[in-house]
Design a protein around this ligand. Structure first.
Ligand code: HEM
Length: 483
């Protein structure tokens, strides 16, 4: 890369997790996209976490998509998928998770966009409001290819594990939850409205509605019994909210006095023990849930089941827990758009996609260069960390007309909130279902959404979370609500 000219603007820091406590750093992203689309970022010491070697930040949509699709060059396996380097001793363990594996080069997992003939599994989660093929395609495949099975734990296991989870997440199973999800949305929103009526009219929708909504829906789908659901929240706070003391509490110390990595095997033993006990319970008392399907799948080894439980608990909770209030916040800040939605002037399916573009729950994912390569004119060396920024790609003017205009009817909407390429989100159908139902019930129950105080964001460079969203649910002009 040619060094920046002396009068070139300073390269903004998009690594510091504290920078996200004010929302997406749009001006920094814009500057990076325009002037430094692939650029080095310092990984300075922050919040007691030690400095790292630094990484390449990728901010343009086209480059983000290329990195996510080109798994041969940009590996999920080599250094796993988080910005912070894992302890090398933990790496073999972390690589047992499908998220941190690469597909076999010969696998059928082709890119999900621009491929003339993508697999149905991948095609389904790109902006398709009714992605039935994703789940259907991966159901009941009795014969995973032997070469994938034989390489258990290696980079080529990804396709096999993806098929196994797909078998548990059948479309039918997810869709059967819709009625319960709708009851839950209605119950939580009605209770919030009652609280508003009994008090000042203002309610924090995060603590009264969206946190419980995401957690309890996931617990239903997984089959976690009611008495144990609080555990899911503890784990997700510890693992995702670890950069934010409000979420995780003070970090636990490792033997060297440094904060202990919440994703290390030692820190996850209680979760794994719970997954084993729950699986044993499901074998004795099967239900129509994902844990039963995984626990009774004879192809799945116990350590794999534990890893799935970990992955689904984290991937399935905090993402929806971020998307739901993020979408409501966008509607509260755009009363005209909310009115249009209430009037039936825009389709709910495009609304869900635009709110996902506007508020991407995932901020970044990391890859590691497997060979020397070039991206946007920058030479990247084998072993370098490469980090894609979803919140920047979703606002790239090169792809989205007027990206800072919330357009609930925007089509096409090639946002990357669910990722792209072989790791594109496996829970996209479940996530879209939950968001659609929540917005439908909100539209029907809440005539006004008015921001009563600034929202509080999670301190994290990984999840774009909201810790509070105080909304006035009773119109401030004193109009009484019906009912
Ligand atoms: C709005 C909600 C969600 C968002 C924005 C989201 C986002 C993502 C993203 C960006 C990835 C790609 C990771 C990468 O590039 O390495 C991913 C993967 C994944 N997601 Fe989601 N997710 C959501 C909800 C869910 C739900 C509800 C589940 C399941 C309960 C789930 C399960 C998974 C799994 C298993 C993977 C790994 C796929 C693989 O490695 O092949 N996600 N998700």
């Amino acid at each position: 890369m040619t060094p920046p000219a002396a009068d070139a603007p300073r390269i903004p820091d998009v690594f510091d997790p504290r920078g996200y406590a004010q929302g997406l750093p749009h001006s920094a992203y814009r500057l990076l996209r325009d002037r430094y689309p692939v650029v080095r970022q310092e990984e300075h010491e922050v919040l007691g976490w030690p400095a790292g070697p630094g990484f390449w930040a990728v901010t343009r949509h086209a480059d983000v998509v290329r990195v996510l699709k080109d798994f041969r060059t940009f590996s999920s396996h080599l250094g796993a998928t988080q910005i912070r380097d894992p302890d090398p001793a933990d790496l073999p363990f972390i690589r047992r998770m499908m998220l941190n594996q690469d597909p076999s080069p010969s696998s059928q997992l082709r890119s999900s966009r621009g491929d003339p003939n993508p697999t149905p599994q991948l095609r389904s989660s790109r902006g398709d409001p009714n992605p039935s093929s994703q789940l259907r395609s991966s159901r009941g495949d009795p014969n995973p290819t032997p070469q994938l099975r034989s390489s258990r734990g290696g980079p080529n296991d990804h396709g096999r594990l993806r098929r196994l989870v797909g078998r548990a997440f059948t479309r039918g199973r997810v869709d059967r939850f819709e009625a319960a999800v709708r009851d839950r949305a209605r119950g939580l929103l009605t209770a919030a409205l009652d609280t508003a009526r009994a008090g000042s009219g203002v309610v924090d929708l995060v603590t009264t509605v969206t946190d419980d909504y995401a957690l309890l829906n996931l617990a239903d789908v997984l089959g976690v019994p009611p008495g144990e659901r609080g555990l899911l929240l503890d784990w997700t706070r510890r693992v995702i909210g670890y950069q934010d003391p409000d979420e995780s509490g003070p970090p636990a110390s490792g033997p060297d006095g440094r904060p202990a990595d919440p994703r290390s095997p030692a820190m996850l033993q209680d979760m794994f023990a719970f997954a084993r006990e729950l699986a044993a319970h499901k074998r004795r008392h099967p239900g129509d849930d994902v844990l039963t399907a995984l626990a009774t799948d004879r192809e799945l080894a116990t350590p794999e089941l534990e890893m799935f439980f970990f992955l689904l608990t984290i991937a399935g909770n905090d993402t929806v827990r971020s998307a739901a209030p993020g979408g409501l916040l966008a509607l509260a800040r755009h009363p005209d758009a909310y009115r249009a939605l209430r009037a039936g002037a825009v389709a709910m399916s495009s609304c869900v996609e635009e709110l996902l573009r506007w508020h991407p729950p995932v901020l970044s994912f990391r890859r590691t260069a497997a060979c020397d390569t070039e991206l946007a004119g920058c030479r990247i060396r084998a072993g370098d960390k490469v980090v894609v920024f979803h919140g920047s790609a979703n606002y790239d003017e090169r792809v989205f007309a007027a990206p800072h205009r919330l357009d609930l009817a925007r089509t096409p909407n090639p946002h990357v909130s669910f990722g792209d390429g072989p790791h594109v989100c496996l829970g996209a159908h479940l996530a879209r279902l939950q968001l659609r139902v929540l917005y439908e019930e909100t539209r029907d129950l809440l005539p006004a959404l008015e921001l009563a105080a600034p929202p509080r964001y999670l301190v994290s460079n990984f999840i774009h979370g909201l810790k509070s969203l105080p909304l006035r649910l009773l119109p401030s002009d004193g109009d009484r609500l019906p009912g």
